[in-house]
Design a binder for this molecule. Structure first.
Ligand code: DWN
Length: 390
């Protein structure tokens, strides 16, 4: 890859590693900087963190914590069965706590999940789960055990894997000739438009444009046949892929490529502008938090997200500006946020009307949260698309 660096987000921790106090001293940090690959147009980190440092038996993020995501996967699964194929043989790559596969038949659905705690959970649910990383060896092993797949599905996982060529070759290997590979991940177009630089953290070595995906898929004999824009996770693309010799392209593919070309996402200058805006966002957020502190307001954060790990460490926001974080995930409660060590407590303990301002760490669920917290008399604070109180 021929990468040019355009953004430096500074010293960052492992975003999903929540700590006890006695773990602060030996916490791992790395430098998070982001580049543009001139060959493919891929936005990708300059250096990648080793996968087992992030994805292991203590992985804390549970996809099923939000109703939005539970509904999202239930709706897509129904759509697929009603409109594409009623009983496909399915493989999910990166099945987490089973939020997607639980909508599918246990006998004909298989999963790959390197985090042993979650692989155990979905095995216990009755879905045969391979507790390993996705690569050509895993693909060949599953091919031998289960045969070719009609649907290979992956949500918020492809952008976690540094070696995309290897990943796509492994998918070619297991996909039935007429099969569909469908993946969804945060969209570069939305990240740039929303200035949501917190989409970048250790687990997201890449942020995908349709343009870059087309370049990389094509060289692995796969072709994009359809692109859907999704609202989830702050704006994602759902990309439908077939083997190149079976591909018949929908107009949505060219529409998205044109949109990205018009925005200049295939050029470095747009990303340089984005980096400038990221810097402004940091200053604006620090200014507002400092003002609230000077006014003796009680400020907390809502949702101990990976995204907020990027923000808090980049902006150096600690307990002096944000007293604590509330989160519904049992694995995160009672621990401290990565890097800045802000305590995490349950919403029952920490979210009430003594709070003047709650920073939306989980801004991607703003609608769900505002709906749930109708009685909240304080203000929410967000940084997307610009820093402001809601
Ligand atoms: O790709 C990834 C995305 C999809 O999920 C992963 N690499 C890691 C993770 O990123 P994140 O931590 O930024 O994701 P979320 O889904 O924005 O996290 C939301 C957090 O907020 C969860 O810890 C649950 C919590 N939450 C809450 O406390 N109350 C969420 C909702 C909706 C709530 O009402």
């Amino acid at each position: 890859m021929d990468k040019i660096k355009f953004l430096d987000l500074g010293r960052q921790p492992i975003a999903n590693r929540f700590l006890n106090e006695d773990e602060f001293e030996n916490e791992f940090f790395y430098n998070l900087s982001v580049g543009f690959d001139q060959d493919t147009g891929l936005v990708t980190q300059m250096d990648y963190v080793d996968a087992p440092m992030m994805f292991n038996d203590e992985y804390a993020y549970r996809g099923s914590m939000s109703k939005t995501m539970r509904d999202h996967f239930a709706k897509f699964s129904k759509y697929f069965k009603d409109n594409i194929q009623r009983s496909p043989k399915v493989l999910e790559i990166g099945s987490n706590d089973g939020v997607f596969i639980k909508n599918w038949n246990k006998k004909t659905t298989f999963a790959v999940e390197p985090c042993g705690n979650f692989a155990q959970e979905t095995n216990d649910m009755g879905y045969e789960t391979y507790a390993q990383f996705w690569d050509i060896d895993t693909s060949s092993e599953i091919l031998e055990d289960q045969g070719k797949m009609d649907l290979v599905f992956s949500a918020n996982c492809m952008c976690h894997i540094p070696d995309l060529d290897g990943t796509f070759k492994a998918i070619q290997n297991i996909l039935a000739d007429d099969g569909l590979f469908i993946f969804e991940d945060p969209s570069l177009e939305r990240m740039v438009n929303l200035n949501s630089y917190d989409q970048i953290y250790d687990e997201h070595p890449h942020v995908f444009s349709v343009t870059a995906m087309q370049n990389i898929l094509n060289r692995n004999n796969l072709s994009i046949v359809k692109v859907e824009k999704l609202e989830v996770h702050g704006g994602s693309n759902r990309i439908y892929v077939k083997k190149t010799n079976k591909a018949n392209e929908d107009t949505s593919v060219e529409d998205n490529l044109t949109l990205e070309r018009n925005m200049g996402l295939d050029k470095l200058s747009v990303l340089d502008d984005f980096a400038e805006k990221v810097h402004t966002s940091k200053n604006d957020l620090l200014n507002i938090l400092t003002r609230l502190k000077n006014e003796n307001k009680k400020v907390i954060s809502y949702g101990a997200t990976s995204k907020s790990a990027t923000i808090f460490n980049y902006c150096q926001i600690g307990v002096d500006l944000i007293q604590y974080i509330t989160d519904t995930t049992p694995e995160k409660q009672g621990k401290h946020s990565p890097g800045m060590h802000i305590p995490i407590i349950t919403p029952e303990e920490g979210f009430d009307n003594s709070v003047d301002c709650a920073f939306l760490g989980a801004w991607n669920f703003a609608k769900e949260i505002k709906n749930k917290e109708k009685d909240f008399t304080g203000k929410f604070l967000t940084h997307v698309p610009r820093v402001r109180l809601l």
